[in-house]
Design a protein around this ligand. Structure first.
Ligand SMILES: [Fe+2]
Length: 243
């Protein structure tokens, strides 16, 4: 079995040691429009929260992890994160791309809808837009354990290595070695992998001395994954290697 499958659509694969890259899922100019919108949104005074609260009325809120070690996840990271509340009926343009990814994943993995949208369940689907700035945006190595609800994560790259940043990026560990996925992707491509496999985002352009959240350059992604409902069960699900 090949480690990376390239495809023009979502296809099911059963090996934990396989990664799927779906090419051209969304057009590049649409990706850059999303970046512009979220970059502008960053400048506003957005309410910052440290945990996801089901039933919130806003569609997106900022879980702002600038240079912090999250007490909840015990995971080191430097990034700017926006969380979508997919259950909300209010529409906020970019949510449609998350829903598009989620539909494809649900189709190939046959996930019951009941587990997706009901915020009163132990698990529900969450979406994020995330900026790893040049000058050191990163997340440390970890694996996400979702207790067999669905361990597949889909990540769409919104920006491009070699254009918006030059080194670092998403790495997933397969067969004892890390594979750098950003090297195989362009803006608008989606990667699907089993998130119980160790993964990390290596420092984005660490040679740049000053980290800049003010610049829209760097690595942007949109991600859909299964979220544990901490209001029902506060046990943490992430297993982390600290640096
Ligand atoms: Fe993760």
């Amino acid at each position: 079995m090949k480690e990376i499958i390239f495809s023009d659509k979502f296809v099911k694969f059963n090996s934990k040691n396989t990664i799927l890259i779906v090419k051209n899922f969304v057009k590049k100019d649409e990706c850059y429009k999303i970046i512009d919108k979220f970059h502008a949104y960053k400048k506003k005074k957005v309410k910052k929260v440290t945990r996801i609260i089901p039933g919130k009325s806003k569609d997106w809120h900022s879980t702002d992890n600038l240079n912090s070690v999250s007490a909840l996840y015990k995971r080191r990271r430097v990034r700017n994160n926006f969380t979508a509340n997919l259950w909300s009926k209010r529409s906020f343009g970019e949510k449609k791309y998350l829903i598009k990814m989620e539909k494809e994943l649900s189709k190939i993995y046959g996930l019951k809808k009941r587990n997706i949208w009901n915020v009163n369940d132990l698990y529900f689907i969450q979406g994020y837009v995330c900026h790893y700035p040049r000058g050191g945006g990163y997340i440390g190595p970890h694996s996400d354990v979702t207790f067999n609800v669905r361990n597949m994560t889909a990540i769409m790259l919104l920006s491009e290595k070699g254009k918006d940043y030059y080194s670092g990026g998403l790495k997933v560990k397969l067969n004892k070695k890390y594979i750098n996925l950003d090297d195989h992707m362009e803006a608008g491509d989606v990667v699907v992998f089993n998130n119980t496999k160790r993964h990390k985002v290596d420092c984005i352009d660490p040679n740049i001395k000053k980290i800049s959240f003010k610049s829209p350059k760097g690595r942007w992604m949109m991600i859909t994954t299964v979220q544990r409902n901490y209001n029902i069960d506060p046990r943490r699900y992430s297993v982390t290697n600290q640096y």
